[in-house]
Design a protein around this ligand. Sequence first.
Ligand code: 5GP
Ligand code: 5GP
Ligand code: 5GP
Length: 208
Amino acid sequence: VLSAARSYDFFYFVQQWPGSYCDTRRGCCYPTTGKPEANFTIHGLWPNYDNGKYPHDCDSENLYDATKIEDLLPEMQTKWPTLACPSADGNKFWAHEWNKHGTCSESILDQYSYFRAGLDLQNKANILSILEDAGIRPDGALYNTEHITEVIKEVLGVLPSIECNRDESRNPQLFQIYLCVDKLGKDFIDCPFYPKRKCSPEIEFPAF
Ligand code: 5GP
Ligand code: 5GP
Ligand code: 5GP
């Protein structure tokens, strides 16, 4: 059923640091295709409204179809891997992202274009090299949260939002990076608003 939700206003493009997903009390499982490289990977591309709400699960008649993205598979496996347990090949994660979020932007991006847009955004925002160029490395040291956001803003021109989680010893660490993207899923834009979660001023950047 196609819900009568009004069109969204922008996307959050969310990347995760695998080291921070994996070193939590919950742990992680590498995908069946092998341990991902030590790089930020894609969590999702999420349509959002300017008022802080967001649509989800917009079309139960257009559910995830793996055959539509067969030629994206090698790229999906390296850039959009699943780290949840038990180990899987990614299709369950991609199905979740498309069914919950992607169907809400289907009037603009069909399933293939949606995943293609995520991969292209990842190529445009190489967060790890931006941070490493500024001396911010996944070495388990503490880094200043504001400095991290400033470094990314200097290169990409827009202010990101950082989400933290906690490692096994409950220390706050760099978990996800949120960037806002225009309705077409093409260009980074200044966020109409930022997620409310706040990290500590100093956070760990763990190895993966
Ligand atoms: P969490 O509670 O872990 O922050 O988010 C759980 C899930 O809710 C996310 O994986 C995502 O699907 C959805 N979600 C959380 N915050 C937002 C948001 O600001 N916009 C959208 N579109 N989805 C969100
Ligand atoms: P969202 O937060 O997008 O609604 O939810 C993400 C969903 O995908 C969760 O149900 C989570 O268990 C699953 N998932 C599978 N692999 C991953 C992964 O590598 N990272 C995250 N954040 N969620 C994953
Ligand atoms: P989704 O399970 O809705 O299944 O995930 C809910 C939250 O739990 C997400 O924020 C996701 O990041 C986290 N999560 C789900 N499965 C795993 C897992 O296997 N390992 C870790 N570290 N987190 C997980």
